[in-house]
Design a protein around this ligand. Structure first.
Ligand code: AP5
Ligand code: MG
Length: 215
């Protein structure tokens, strides 16, 4: 199964990706996670990405298209499929992805679009915290760890908040993404691939709706 998951910053793409990967065994490809790994390792690409991410801007298309193309060409993608999270994020990226898929002989099955009113997203992002060891994502109010200070997934105790989740950066991230996402949704609607999901429900309810689509 080859999927895209779309939605504004904080809509729940990463959270639902964890659910999809666990239940359907596809390869999760998050461009945001790839950039954060490169930033942590202080690679040239990481330093470049950081200069955009810190301001809530998009990383240039040629850089982003390059890392996605490289990842999609790996053997496990043909075997188990993929779930692209946070890509494409411009219409140019969507066209580049169309070309890549043709070249690689891959076909998209669905685009899951998580719909959330932007007004609630600042709150979602300011309460997010992430396990430093395994990357599992939580929220102080809506999705806390079962035991305070201990990751449900790996049992470690160190968490961090993303620097780009500061309210000032979030505002710019939202503005940029609202503007860029409309033509992408239109593109995939024309192709008959878009499946809308209400992202303001509880996390488990959203997962049930996603499951109904994928089953
Ligand atoms: P990326 O990491 O993709 O960030 P994003 O799109 O801004 O989305 P988030 O990861 O912040 O949100 P999410 O939808 O995954 O929400 P989550 O599940 O964590 O990209 C970061 C940056 O990298 C970009 O700004 C850009 O600079 C760059 N970049 C990445 N891809 C790029 C591309 N293709 N082109 C150019 N640049 C690119 O949930 C959020 C919080 O809400 C969590 O705390 C969670 O527990 C909680 N939550 C989730 N669902 C619910 C629910 N239903 N109810 C209540 N709380 C919920
Ligand atoms: Mg995410």
């Amino acid at each position: 199964m080859n999927l895209l998951i779309m939605g504004l910053p904080g809509a729940g793409k990463g959270t639902q990706s964890e659910f999809i990967v666990k239940n359907y065994n596809v390869n999760h490809i998050s461009t945001g996670d790839m950039f954060r790994a490169a930033m942590k390792n202080e690679t040239e690409m990481g330093k470049l990405a950081q200069s955009f991410i810190d301001k809530g801007e998009l990383v240039p298309d040629e850089v982003t298209n390059g890392i996605v193309k490289e990842r999609l060409a790996q053997d496990d993608i043909k075997e188990a499929g993929f779930l692209l999270d946070g890509y494409p994020r411009t219409i140019e990226q969507a066209h580049a992805l169309d070309t890549m898929l043709v070249e690689l002989g891959l076909k998209l099955n669905a685009v899951i679009n998580i719909e959330v009113n932007p007004d609630i997203l600042v709150n979602r992002l300011s309460g997010r915290y992430i396990c430093r060891n395994c990357g599992a994502t939580y929220h102080k109010i809506y999705n806390p760890t079962k035991v305070e200070g201990t990751c449900d997934v790996c049992g470690e105790h160190e968490f961090y908040q993303r620097p780009d989740d500061q309210p000032a950066t979030v505002k710019n991230r939202l503005d940029v993404n609202i503007k860029e996402s409309a033509p992408i949704i239109e593109h995939y609607t024309t192709l008959g691939l878009v499946k809308n999901v209400g992202g303001e429900q509880d996390i488990d309810k959203v997962s049930q709706d996603v499951k109904a689509i994928l089953d």
